[in-house]
Design a protein around this ligand. Structure first.
Ligand code: CAO
Length: 434
């Protein structure tokens, strides 16, 4: 059995003639106890009036702009007699206090606003815990239910520009803010402030160039890997004096075949041996992060610098290829990369990557792991250095190595063992046969 009930303005303290600024329900809406009906605003505070009963809204008796006081009729509600519930008490989730008006916050708080609106269970997941500036949050101009909504999503009201009357923040403004934060990746749980928008032309002449597609894609992957993989970089130096002699000899022998063996081909060979010795480096964490997937194949990715940006073609089954085969596949892959002919398949399935800046310069760097791989070998320019051997300094060709690894999978000791092993095989290439 249904009964029609008048819902009146409750006790709102000393306020008289308070303006209706928002009507949150429409005739025919089914509402629950405590659902907000209208928002009222005095020159000092905004407050929401919740429904004391559950039922179906029959008629709205006020319009936006009307001035109301305690006892005025707001809404008529069809309530089922058995469903009628007592007026709800304020809940502790969000302090039931009025939102400050945009001008001056009241010195003495106005009468407490009624209980906040209940929360729908179909809300989007909260934005990860970006710290909220409580002072800014309190000062923001928003109604209690909007404040509660912002709290649930972890949105900092102080950072949101309101699109409502007099700059009041609406639920829509929060949704827009959260969407922007999620898509830009600027909030994403890192607890960092969004990048400010700066007009650089105020400081001097500028030119804006759009990023290439490759720049954008690699940027996304690098950013994800940089923030999700706990990186450690192990530096080391390998004596490649003998390797270099051998390399020159090989290149002289294969001169007429157009094959050029670079240090990189030797590094791939050395990595094959090292991965066999330390199989944990040839693994990936599965999507749950609870299991390690160990790979029985050895595919190596090689970072190639192209005019459009960085790409990483993968040389497959390196453990089954000779040094000369690896060298010629490397040449093919870098030509394909620079001619933009690499397919997604050519760039997938890598077990570990090499980033060689040796042809350019530098003494060391910290490469970013190409996740879900767990390690990447950075290589800088080899230099002749004096090395103290058997009581005297002798000139040796020293190759700097920078191995970055995922510390969730690889311990520091293994990182150092891995580069020591690489040094051993690179300084004595006979060991590559073992
Ligand atoms: N030390 C000293 N000399 C080196 C060297 C090293 N570590 N590595 C290469 N060189 C030499 C080569 O021997 C070659 O000399 P020669 O012509 O006398 O033989 C010269 O430098 C140029 O080598 P290269 O770069 O053409 O060939 P490569 O096989 O070493 O590298 C490739 C190929 C595709 C990896 C490279 O051209 C490239 O693109 N490197 C950049 C990778 C990159 O951008 N990494 C950063 C990723 S993170 O942003």
């Amino acid at each position: 059995m249904a009964d029609v009930k008048d819902i009146l303005v409750p006790d709102i303290g000393d306020f008289e003639g308070v303006e209706v600024i928002e009507i949150m329900v429409s005739p025919g809406d089914t509402i629950s106890v405590e659902d907000p009906l209208v928002s009222l605003e005095s020159d000092k505070a905004a407050m929401e009036i919740p429904s004391p009963d559950a039922g179906t809204v029959k008629e709205i008796k006020v319009s936006i702009g009307d001035k109301v006081s305690q006892g005025d009729l707001l809404v008529t509600l069809e309530v089922s007699v058995t469903e009628a519930a007592p007026v709800a008490e304020a809940t502790a989730d969000e302090p039931a206090q009025p939102a400050p008006a945009p001008a001056a916050a009241p010195e003495k708080p106005a009468a407490p606003a009624p209980a906040p609106a209940p929360v729908s269970s179909h809300r989007p997941p909260p934005v990860a815990p970006t710290p909220i500036d409580e002072v800014g949050f309190r000062k923001a101009y928003a109604s209690p239910s909007v404040r509660k909504f912002a709290r649930e999503l972890g949105a900092d009201l102080g950072q949101i520009t309101g699109s409502g009357n007099k700059g009041r923040i609406l639920k829509e403004d929060i949704k827009t803010f959260v969407k922007k934060a999620l898509t830009s990746g600027h909030v994403g749980g890192l607890g960092v402030a969004p990048m400010p928008e700066i007009d650089f032309s105020q400081f001097g002449d500028i030119e804006t160039q759009p990023l290439t597609k490759i720049n954008k894609l690699t940027g996304q992957f690098l950013h994800r890997n940089w923030v999700t993989v706990p990186h450690v970089t192990q530096f080391d130096e390998a004596d490649i004096t003998e390797l270099e002699k051998f390399r020159k000899q090989l290149n002289a022998e294969h001169k007429n075949e157009g094959i050029r063996v670079t240090v990189l081909a030797f590094l791939m060979k050395a990595l094959v041996s090292a991965l066999k010795e330390y199989p944990r480096f040839n693994s990936s964490l599965d999507a749950t992060g609870e299991n390690l997937v160990l790979k029985k194949y050895i595919h190596i990715g090689v970072a190639v610098d192209t005019p459009d940006g960085l790409v990483v073609p993968v040389i497959r089954d390196c453990d089954r290829k000779s040094l000369i085969e690896l060298a010629s596949e490397l040449i093919e892959a870098s030509i394909k990369a620079r001619d933009k002919k690499l397919s997604p398949a050519d760039m997938s399935g890598g077990c570990i990557s090499i980033s060689s800046l040796g042809g350019i310069g530098g003494t060391a760097f910290t490469p970013i792991v190409n996740a879900p791989e767990v390690a990447i070998l950075g290589v800088s320019r080899a230099q002749m250095k004096p090395v103290y051997i058997d009581g005297e300094f002798v000139p040796r060709l020293i190759l700097p190595l920078s191995l970055s690894y995922d510390h969730r999978v690889i311990d520091g000791a293994d990182g150092a063992r891995f580069t020591s092993f690489l040094n051993k095989v690179l300084s004595d290439t006979r060991r590559l046969l073992l």
